[in-house]
Ligand binder design. Structure first.
Ligand SMILES: C[S@@+](CC[C@H](N)C(=O)[O-])C[C@H]1O[C@@H](n2cnc3c(N)ncnc32)[C@H](O)[C@@H]1O
Length: 257
C-alpha cells in the first residue's frame, strides 16, 4: 500500500508537504534510522515483533488490512513505533497505519471566527486515524525567532515534549509555510480528537491525530491545544464555543495558539 496524500492548500503562499521535513539546522538532532523486525507477515506482541516491543504495551492497532476500521488503543505521551522499510513483514502486517497517509474525506472550510478549519465529509468512527500534523522540523532557536516575528498572527508551531528518564526532548513542528492538512485543525475545549506520537523510519517524531469519539459527518475536527488559561487575559480569546466563550488562551510558550 502506498502513502497517499492528494490534498492541497487553499492558500497560494503555503506549500503542501505531506510529511515532516527536517530543516538543515535541525538535522543533527534526528540522524538515526530505526532497525526493522524479522516477523513473517503478521506483527503482534506474541510474535515478539521488535517494533511493537519497542512501542511498549500501551499501544495496539486493532484491525489489520482493512484501513476503514483501523483504529488505535494507545496512551497519550508514549511513542508508538510502526513497522518500516527495514522490516521483514509485509505491507499488511498490522503495525502500519499512519505511514499510509490521511483519511481521504477531509475538507478545509472557513469557520465563523477561528479562520479556516478542518472538517470531514463522512462520519468518523471513534479511534480512527485522521491525519498527521506535519511541517518543517525546526530548532528551538528558530522556533523562538519565528514565534516572536509572528506574535500577532495565527500560530502553527507545535512543540512536542517527550520525557525519557529525566530528560525532556522538545521537537518543534512548523507548518506555517510548508505543511499538510493538519495545520487547519482548530482548538476546542471539548475536542473530538487526541494526539499520539509515532516513529516509523527514523527518530523524527510524527504527530498522529486520532478521533476520540464518533464524529458526525460535517462536524469540525478539533483537538485541545492544552493552553487554556481563564485567568490570563493577555492571551487570545477562545472561540470554540464550548464552556461559554469565557476561556482565554494564553499558551505558556510556543504551543499552537
Ligand atoms: C494551527 S492554526 C489553526 C488553523 C487556522 N484557523 C487557520 O485559519 O489556518 C491555529 C490558529 O487558529 C486560530 N484558532 C484555533 N483555534 C481557535 C479557537 N478555539 N479560538 C480562537 N482562535 C482559534 C488561532 O489564530 C490560532 O493561532
Amino acid at each position: 500500500m502506498e502513502f497517499e496524500d492528494n490534498y492541497e492548500h487553499p492558500l497560494s503562499n503555503v506549500f503542501y508537504f505531506p510529511k515532516n521535513m527536517v530543516t538543515k539546522e535541525a538535522e543533527s538532532l534526528y540522524n538515526y534510522n530505526l532497525a526493522g523486525c524479522n516477523c513473517y507477515k503478521q506483527c503482534t506482541l506474541e510474535s515478539n515483533c521488535s517494533c511493537i516491543i519497542r512501542s511498549g504495551t500501551y499501544y495496539k492497532y486493532q484491525a489489520a488490512v482493512n484501513l476503514e476500521g483501523y483504529s488505535i488503543e494507545g496512551k497519550n505521551n508514549s511513542c508508538s513505533y510502526e513497522c518500516n522499510s527495514n522490516c521483514k513483514c509485509g505491507e499488511f502486517c498490522g503495525n502500519r497505519l499512519v505511514q499510509y497517509g490521511p483519511r481521504k474525506d477531509l475538507v478545509v472550510k472557513p469557520t465563523s471566527n477561528k479562520g479556516l478549519g478542518l472538517f470531514s465529509n463522512n462520519k468518523i468512527p471513534k479511534g480512527c486515524f485522521v491525519c498527521e500534523y506535519a511541517g518543517e522540523i525546526i530548532t528551538e532557536v528558530e522556533a523562538n525567532s519565528r514565534f516572536e516575528a509572528n506574535k500577532h498572527k495565527p500560530n502553527y508551531i507545535f512543540c512536542i515534549k517527550e520525557t525519557y528518564a529525566e530528560k525532556t526532548i522538545k521537537t518543534y513542528i512548523d507548518p506555517t509555510f510548508y505543511g499538510n492538512i493538519g495545520r487547519y485543525i482548530n482548538h476546542s475545549c471539548e475536542p473530538n480528537t487526541k494526539l499520539f506520537i509515532f516513529r516509523i523510519e527514523d527518530t523524527v517524531p510524527i504527530l498522529g491525530i486520532f478521533s476520540d469519539e464518533d464524529i458526525p459527518e460535517g462536524n469540525e475536527i478539533t483537538y485541545s491545544y492544552g493552553t487554556v488559561d481563564i485567568n490570563n487575559k493577555s492571551g487570545k480569546k477562545c472561540y470554540c464555543g464550548n464552556k461559554g466563550e469565557k476561556y482565554i488562551y494564553s499558551p505558556p510558550h510556543l504551543s499552537v495558539l
